[in-house]
Every structure is written in C-alpha cells, then in structure tokens.
Design a binder for this molecule. Structure first.
Ligand code: PLP
Length: 494
C-alpha cells in the first residue's frame, strides 16, 4: 500500500478551535442596518448582553468546523471498527427511525399501564425472542449494561443459595474471563477461584472437577470464551458444577457467535446476560443507556428483578408480586429505546437472518485469521468463532510492541483492535470484524495489517513514531485519561 497520507488528501486535519477562528465583527447572520441599531430588528427585551470571548465566525465556518470535527470521530458509521470482544457491528439507521417514533420517544416513564400498552408489548416481545434465542425460560430487560446483567445474575444465584439455607462462598472463573466477571462475583460477596485454560486456552472438565466442591456457588463461564474459542467441554463442565449443587453463569456477551445456531440453555447455563449493544446492533451506551438483559432457567425465575410485565384480562401491566425477587436493579426503564432498536433489528432480520449474521461473523473472523496467520503470531492455533487473537510475539528483535501496531493502523484509517486483552495472551491483538463488513473492507484491513507487519521488520521506526497522520500524535494515555484538559483557556492579552 502506498503512503496512506495520499488517501486523506482533502480532509483537513488541523482544524483550530472555534475560538481561534474568531475574528472581531464577523457574524453568522446579518440583517439590513442591524449594525447601526439592533433594535430595528429585535425589541430590546429580546436582545442578549454580549458574552465575553464568544467566538465571532461566519455560518460556513461554524458548519465546517463541527462537520470536520464529527468526521474525526471513529464509529461504525465512518469506518471499520474491529474492536474484539466489543462487537462493534453497524447499527442500521432504520432502528433509529423506529426508536424516534413519537409514541416511543415521547412516552413518560410514569405513564399508567393502560396508556403504555404498545411499549409493554415491545418489552414482552423482546423478552420472548431472547428466551427463544437463548433457550432460557424467562428474561428481564432491566439491567443497563452487560456488567450490570452479570451483577443481577450473580445476585439471583446468591438469593437462590441463601433461600436453600446454603449460602456458599466461592465462584469459579476461567483465567481468560472478562474483568467484569470477578468484579460482579466480588460485589455479591463471593471469593473467586481462577481456573486455568489448557494448551489452547480452553477449560477442561478435569480442571473444574478439581476446583469444584460444596463451597462453590457457581461457575462463571464465557462461551465462546474471550479468545474467540468455543468451550467444547461446556456440557460436561456444567454437569460437574450441577452435581455439587452449584449453578452455571454464562457470560453471553459473545452471543453474536451463537445466535440462531446454538442455545446456551442446551449447554447447561442457568443464567446469562445478553448485551443488546453487541449482538443486537443497539448503540454502545457508555455504561448508562445500554441494555444487558438477563435470561434464566425455571430454577432462578422466581428471583428475577421486579417489576415484570404480566398479561391479564385487561391487557399488560407491571407487576411486583414476586416475593422472592431480588427487587429492582435500575430505576425506570430509561434504556427502553434500546429495546425498541433491538426489536426492530430482530424483526428486520427474522430467524434465518439472525442465524446468517452469526455464520457471517464467524466466517469473517476466520477469513482474517487465515490471511494474517503467516504474518502475525496467532495466540491459539485453532478455528475461531467471531473473533481471532494475535500477539506481538516475533517482533521483539525490532522492539515492536502491540501498541505500535495498533497506533500505526490509525494512519491507515482503521480503528485499532482490542489490545492487551485477554490478559492470558501477552501483547494480545484481538480482532472482531462482525458480519456487517464486505469482503472488500476486510481485504483493505488485511492489506494494511500485512503492510504494517512488513514495516515492523524493515522500518520499525515508522511504527514507533505512529500515528503520524492523525490530528494528534501518540499520547501519554495514562495522563490523557487521568488528567484530561477539557477547557480551552484564552491566551491572556499582555
Ligand atoms: C463486553 C463484555 C462484558 C461487559 O459488558 P458491558 O455492556 O460493557 O458492561 C462482559 N463480558 C464480556 C465477555 C464482554 O465482552
């Protein structure tokens, strides 16, 4: 690939701050004679006092300024976003149109049930479809993120054991797990026991058998795991946990690799969370307005959060009449817009379409794996599911690290993959293409990765200096996160 800067010609990458664009007397609008007497245009009581330091710019300058800034933002609407484990699939615009319908967007959270029948139908429909996809018996849409779904699931597991007079103290968690798993278990008062994977990163039934006893409340397992590999012994593993009275929590964040093909309930899961912002194409919510529904089997259904939607002769209504419930985990249903978007996606694709999405996601990941495995070290040489994990192994001689590769990708116009996760792979580079990218886009990405591998061997300094074609160069990331400069200070006139 030739110099990537060439491809960026025309995109201004040195946009100043709007304050710096300001020139005294410049304005976005002008009316006849307004410079002479503003009151000729507007009555005095509607005129604002001048704001000190307010930028004075023309209309095209304002428009271009913000449009340019918006184009510097990476997102699935602008570019390929191979962020492993996060499933950054494209969010169809029709979902947005549906979520903005007046009846949904304008509905007050305290509306009486009989004024919100349509919304309650949406909630019930999403619950029913998620139950079908996962094979579980009941679903709650209350949690606002995957991590909160985990916490909700673990609280239900705790309530179940306490109810039986056998509280238990520990939770088993594979070494490759997402960091939120041990955090969720710890928040419910459990100690965690780590289970090491085998030579190719998978959990074996013998390792679980050795760790399992009547002190263990549950196993939290991710399938496919965070290396993108299917846990082949999951059914035997679940049986060992169940034999000793434990429950199986399945981290369902990677449902994009299973949907329509395999059901977690058939693998022995008792409870799982589903990240609508990953598998069902709703926007990633920054921890707030996302949605991480929990699905449970009949054993745990009595403990689901309340209120729940029920149907009687008068239609749908919220009910809190579930004495064993763990109660509310979230105020109101502020993430309702996510449920509307997810339902739009489910109905637009249909059962066959959802299955095909899974197949395409797995195919795309394996295509990338095969094309790159000659140039990059593959962490575990096995067929992957929806994501593949490489590392920086083999580039040591030139001092090239995963961070250098990730930074250089930005110069080629691609968002970087997930790096240094999962922790079990030193220098991990985790790529998840999703099903929404064309073969041409995947080929462009592969070409960039191959070119970077060549640079790593032949001109390592190019990588050490990257990125060089972005608005800012390489940041001190720890400082940028801890001490962000969020406010522009004018240079005081001397
Ligand atoms: C994303 C993810 C989570 C956490 O989900 P959030 O919605 O980000 O809170 C948990 N486990 C796995 C495996 C994930 O990929």
């Amino acid at each position: 690939m030739s110099d990537p800067t060439q491809k960026q010609a025309g995109l201004l990458l040195d946009e100043p701050l709007i304050f710096e664009r300001s020139r005294p007397g410049r304005a976005g609008v002008s009316y006849p004679n307004s410079d002479k007497d503003p009151e000729l245009i507007l009555p005095a009581e509607l005129l604002r006092e001048p704001i000190a330091g307010f930028p004075e710019v023309s209309e095209p300058e304002v428009l271009r300024h913000f449009l340019r800034l918006s184009q510097w933002n990476y997102g699935t609407a602008t570019t390929f976003y191979p962020l492993g484990s996060c499933t950054m699939k494209y969010n169809p615009v029709v979902n947005e149109v549906v979520a903005r319908l007046d009846g949904f967007a304008g509905l007050h959270p305290l509306s009486p049930d009989d004024g919100a029948q349509g919304a309650l139908e949406v909630i019930l429909a999403v619950e029913r479809i998620l139950a079908e996809i996962t094979g579980m018996d009941a679903v709650s849409l209350q949690p606002a993120a995957g991590a909160q779904g985990e916490l909700t699931g673990m609280k239900m597991i705790r309530a179940y054991h306490v109810d039986r007079g056998d509280a238990r103290r520990k939770v088993l968690i594979p070494a490759s797990a997402h960091g939120t798993n041990p955090a969720s278990a710890a928040l419910c008062g459990y100690g965690t026991v780590q289970i090491e994977g085998n030579r190719i990163g998978l959990i074996e039934v013998d390792a679980v058998r050795r760790a399992m006893n009547r002190e263990v409340a549950a196993l939290m397992i991710t399938n496919p795991n965070t290396l993108g590999l299917f846990e082949r012994e999951i059914m035997q593993v679940a049986a060992v946990v169940h034999e000793q009275g434990g429950l199986v929590y399945l981290d369902g964040a990677n449902l994009n690799a299973l949907m329509g093909v395999a059901k977690p309930a058939h693998m022995g899961a008792d409870v799982m969370q589903i990240n609508l912002h990953k598998t069902f194409s709703t926007p990633h919510g920054g921890g707030g307005p996302g949605s991480g529904p929990v699905a449970v089997d009949a054993l745990l259904e009595p403990y689901l959060p309340t209120p729940r939607v029920r149907r009687d002769a008068n239609g749908l209504h919220w009910s809190s009449d579930f004495p064993k419930s763990i109660g509310r985990v979230r105020s109101f249903f502020g993430n309702f817009g996510m449920h509307v978007r997810a339902l739009a996606y489910m109905l637009a694709l249909g059962g066959d379409g959802l299955t095909q999405a899974t197949q395409m996601a797995v195919l795309s990941a394996n295509y990338i794996r095969r094309r790159l495995e000659g140039a990059y070290h593959l962490a575990f040489p096995a067929t992957c599911m929806h994501e593949c994990v490489f590392s920086d192994k083999g580039f040591e001689a030139n001092g090239i690290k995963t961070l250098d590769i990730a930074k250089r990708l930005l110069d080629f116009g691609f968002y970087a993959p997930t790096i240094y996760f999962p922790l079990v792979v030193p220098g991990a580079l985790m790529i998840e293409p999703t099903e929404t990218e064309s073969k041409e886009t995947l080929d462009q990405f592969i070409a960039a990765m191959l070119e970077i591998a060549r640079e790593a061997r032949e001109e390592p300094d190019t990588l050490h200096q990257a990125p060089t074609h972005t608005p800012v160069g390489r940041l001190d990331e720890a400082r940028a996160a801890r001490r962000p400069v969020l406010r522009w200070q004018p240079v005081s006139p001397t």
